[in-house]
Write a protein that binds this ligand. Structure first.
Ligand code: HEC
Length: 206
């Protein structure tokens, strides 16, 4: 009798465990599923199984609670495909700039700062400069920061080769680097770079 009971217990246990299986599109049993599945349509998530969440559904169209995809769009994505040749802008609404890293003269000619002349821009530029450039270039731009004293060859901003360079040139140097200076594109986003440029321009004149 006891043995039968044990066998029955083991079988029940196995069924219980099997019910927990989660793989592929089957998430297994979920506690409070509404927390995981968005009821409104979302751009990239999509649940194409019309019966998903049928048990708890009170949708008027009779489909499962979690069914969430737009069959009229390509790939059943909720998001529409952008028109061909669409170029994405960055979060400031600026188009991407593609100038070869060695084309400094072109950069100087075409790149224009989108920022207004203001004390606020200058103050933010100084703060960013102190964080990202000062250790090499020094607080006055003389190339004598603590790192600059050992990483030699940091050109002073007021040297004859740099002092007359325009904002586009400096922006390009920050973005792509130049000679022994590496690119800072991954550290400052485009708007931050333009703020730094504004501050560097004051140091060129010192
Ligand atoms: C690791 C040290 C280092 C850091 C950090 C650094 N630079 Fe430089 N920078 C250099 C060196 C070295 C040069 C000289 C490059 C060369 O001509 O070989 C240089 C050159 C320059 C020049 C002159 C380019 C020219 O036309 O000759 C500018 C402008 C400049 N840096 C701006 C910046 C700004 C702005 C930052 C901060 C975002 C920055 N640098 C951060 C090392 C650094």
């Amino acid at each position: 009798m006891q043995q039968k009971l044990n066998i029955a217990l083991v079988i029940t246990y196995c069924i219980f465990l099997a019910a927990c299986g989660a793989k592929g599109d089957k998430p297994g049993y979920e506690y409070s599923p509404q927390m995981y599945h968005s009821v409104p349509y979302e751009g990239l998530t999509q649940i194409t199984d019309e019966g998903a969440g049928q048990l708890i559904s009170n949708r008027e169209d009779g489909k499962g609670e979690f069914y969430n995809s737009n069959p009229n769009n390509p790939n059943k994505m909720n998001m529409r495909h952008p028109p061909e040749n669409t170029v994405s802008r960055n979060r400031y609404g600026m188009l991407p700039i593609q100038i070869h890293k060695d084309s400094f003269a072109l950069a100087e000619r075409v790149l224009k700062s989108p920022l207004p002349e203001s004390e606020e821009v200058l103050a933010e530029g100084k703060e960013l400069y102190d964080r990202f450039c000062e250790h090499c270039h020094g607080s006055g731009g003389g190339g004598d920061g603590l790192v600059g004293q050992v990483y030699l060859g940091v050109t002073p901003y007021n040297s004859s080769t740099v002092k007359d360079k325009g904002e586009g040139h400096i922006y390009h140097v920050i973005t792509h680097g130049k000679g022994r200076m590496l690119s800072h594109a991954s550290q400052e986003d485009p708007m931050e770079r333009w703020k730094i440029v504004r501050y560097v321009q004051t140091l060129q004149k010192q």
